[in-house]
Design a protein around this ligand. Structure first.
Ligand code: SF4
Length: 429
């Protein structure tokens, strides 16, 4: 979501004549588009923004995004050199804020959450092949550890016609893949009049010629439905990959997290998905060291990962986020234990990913070639084309760079835990 917001900001700045420089000390303007989901991300912003030195009135410095919404005026107290603070709902005000900061030399605050951008934007994209498309903003779920509802507000769906217009435009410009973005895409349309829902949106988008692949993040397990899985099976452009955050394998912890499902509910969902879409890949998010997580609770998460056999897992150490419910709980798992648990799960997932990828050896995968990469054959480094399979696995294969932007059938020859390596399947291209 932040990548998409950064693209929109870059597009507006380009229209105003700005161009990127290679070092911050050459810049006339420095913006930090920030994330508040974890403490670590925030610490990096406090540190890096603190290091930007002013030369008189330049550069203009702006703190944008979730930290801006979260800390508001506190940022000016901690970083007096900052010129403006702009929440995620106000990013379209950035050109005006820059102009004002240059004229008035006063500190400006733009944190009005009611001002969310629902319209199609200036169309600037970093890639010319794959695009993020926001379908909704905010979240109503209030998971106890999560800052998002406080900094991005309640759920607001973009009208269908706006999304269709944006994707039709992308298709006309030659984009092949879109990723639909929302904190909880499965609640798309609940706040709009009429029978529109996420599956209807997918059906509409699947009809747009030229868009070969549709992905979406993120699905909340309490809202993912068999109807969605049927859509994944039946709609040609919808990829067979589901990101479904489990967060924990202990029902006690899931309850404290306010996730509104049990491990049993989650397992049932995975079972239904795998029966509907047998070749689907599932990735997940896990938090270790949530308040009250005992060794027994942690082992339940470990066991759940062994049972489910995810294709990929993103594992995070819990850190309290102020304003959230969980910040009132005692953060009673030591950092050392959080680290150990994090390592244990990453190691476990590495072994599972490798085992799962080995099953793919010998099969032919459709890969969207995106750019250049490299891999080692013995001690030799080989240049390769890099892309992703429909199940979202990074894939490398030797080939001419004019394959980039094409869908290529690749026969998988070997694999690591995170990368498939193959060669162009001449019979199938
Ligand atoms: S569903 Fe996701 S964004 Fe919403 S509160 Fe829970 S973790 Fe945060």
């Amino acid at each position: 979501m932040n990548v998409r917001d950064s693209e929109i900001i870059l597009g507006m700045l380009k229209e105003k004549g700005y161009a990127p420089v290679s070092k911050p000390d050459q810049a006339e303007l420095v913006l930090f588009n920030t994330c508040s989901v974890r403490q670590h991300a925030e610490e990096r912003v406090w540190g890096q923004a603190g290091m930007i030195k002013k030369r008189g009135a330049r550069p203009v410095i702006g703190i944008v995004g979730c930290m801006a919404q979260n800390y508001q005026e506190q940022i000016f107290r901690r970083l007096p050199q900052v010129d403006f603070v702009c929440g995620p709902a106000n990013i379209y005000d950035i050109p005006l804020l820059i102009e004002k900061a240059l004229k008035e030399h006063s500190q400006l605050l733009a944190v009005n959450m009611e001002k969310r951008p629902l319209l199609c934007d200036n169309g600037y994209r970093i890639s010319n092949l794959k695009a993020f498309v926001s379908i909704m903003y905010g979240c109503n779920n209030f998971c106890s550890y999560c800052i998002v509802p406080y900094v991005r507000g309640r759920e607001v769906s973009r009208p269908l016609r706006h999304i269709l217009a944006e994707v039709q435009d992308l298709a006309a410009r030659g984009f092949k893949e879109i990723t639909l973005l929302g904190q909880n895409v499965n609640s798309y349309g609940k706040d709009l009049p009429g029978p529109l829902n996420f599956v209807r949106l997918l059906e509409n988008l699947d009809r747009i010629k030229g868009i070969e692949r549709i992905r979406f993040v993120t699905s909340h397990p309490k809202d993912a439905t068999p109807e969605l899985f049927k859509a994944m099976r039946n709609l040609a452009s919808v990829c067979e990959h589901l990101h479904l955050p489990l967060q924990a394998g202990s029902d006690k912890i899931l309850h404290m997290m306010n996730r509104n499902y049990t491990l049993k509910d989650y397992l049932k969902l995975v079972d239904v998905l795998r029966r509907q879409v047998p070749d689907s890949a599932i990735s997940t998010d896990i938090i270790v060291g949530f308040p009250g997580e005992t060794e027994k609770d942690f082992k339940k998460t470990e066991q759940a990962m062994k049972d489910i056999q995810f294709d990929e897992a993103f594992v995070f150490k819990y850190s309290p986020r102020f304003k959230t419910k969980a910040a009132e709980f005692k953060d009673d798992v030591s950092n050392k234990k959080k680290l150990q648990r994090n390592h244990r799960l990453l190691e476990l997932q590495g072994a599972i990913s490798l085992k799962k990828n080995k099953h793919i050896i010998g099969s032919t995968e459709e890969v969207l070639a995106e750019g250049k990469g490299s891999y080692f054959q013995g001690a030799k480094k080989k240049q390769a084309v890099l892309g992703r399979s429909r199940s979202n696995k990074v894939t490398l294969f030797p080939g001419k760079m004019d394959l980039i932007s094409k869908l290529v059938r690749v026969r998988i020859k070997r694999t690591t835990a995170h990368t498939l390596i193959g060669e162009v399947d001449d019979k199938k291209n």
